[in-house]
Design a binder for this molecule. Structure first.
Ligand SMILES: NC(=O)c1ccc[n+]([C@@H]2O[C@H](COP(=O)([O-])OP(=O)(O)OC[C@H]3O[C@@H](n4cnc5c(N)ncnc54)[C@H](OP(=O)(O)O)[C@@H]3O)[C@@H](O)[C@H]2O)c1
Length: 211
């Protein structure tokens, strides 16, 4: 059996754990990257004893794929600092800019790719999925929830498509990294509609239907 790629997840919050637990259950080794790993004494109770928690550099070095689950405002500086290590790895950017949306029309993920520089292989994904839905990849109709993803590197896009499928979600190719700006804007709308239509349970998800 071929070994599944090791995944580094930068951050140890809600989305880090939701993604980490899903990918660990699917057979990946997970290295979490934290600002202060030495303070996270109880982390393995939540994350599972098979995972590791290190600083950003060690986690990135351990991962063949890197998922960024930090607050958006932290991402560009982190990406610049660790650019040499992130370059040529598949980097999955799940972060949502909200009020910090670039005002030149770029997507948040484009800013991340620019910060990494030449050789960046960034794919925007999981931006439009609430953390609480990862325990239920199928929605209340029994259908797999969509995960929107977008990027410019064909091979990286294929890898992310596979990652989405293997944890039970339905990958929806939304185009280029520039087009990922639409995903950034879908998130505030998703939160608003989840509140007005579904009592802010954070279990809603987008679906494009065949009509
Ligand atoms: N929550 C959702 O449903 C959801 C869905 C889709 C996308 N997102 C996006 O995913 C990202 C993470 O969301 P989350 O809900 O997982 O956030 P969270 O629970 O607050 O976790 C963020 C993690 O980032 C690390 N971090 C680094 N610098 C930080 C800083 N200055 N302030 C706070 N934390 C910092 C922290 O890990 P250490 O303390 O270990 O360093 C923290 O655990 C955000 O960009 C968000 O927009 C969230």
């Amino acid at each position: 059996m071929t070994r599944k790629p090791r995944i580094a997840i930068l951050g140890t919050g809600n989305m880090a754990l939701a993604l980490g637990k899903s990918f660990m259950a699917s057979g990946h080794f997970i290295a979490y990257g934290s600002r202060r790993p030495e303070t996270k004494n109880d982390f393995h109770e939540a994350a599972g004893t098979e995972s590791r928690i290190w600083g950003y550099q060690a986690a990135i070095d351990a991962g063949e794929i890197v998922i960024i689950t930090l607050p958006y405002k932290e991402v560009a500086a982190m990406a610049r600092k660790f650019a040499n290590s992130l370059r040529n790895k598949v980097v999955v950017d799940i972060t949502n800019p909200f009020a910090a949306q670039p005002n030149n029309g770029e997507s948040g993920a484009q800013v991340t790719a620019t910060a990494i520089g030449e050789g960046a292989r960034v794919v925007a994904a999981f931006k439009t999925n609430f953390a609480s839905t990862f325990d239920h990849p199928n929605d209340s109709t029994g259908e797999p929830r969509e995960v929107h993803y977008a990027g410019d590197d064909e091979e990286a896009m294929e890898i992310v498509e596979g990652l989405i499928s293997e944890i039970g979600f339905k990958p929806i190719d939304c185009g280029s990294l520039a087009e990922a700006v639409v995903l950034d804007h879908m998130v505030p709308l998703m939160i608003r509609l989840d509140t007005t239509e579904h009592s802010a349970q954070h279990l809603s998800s987008w679906r494009i239907t065949p009509g």
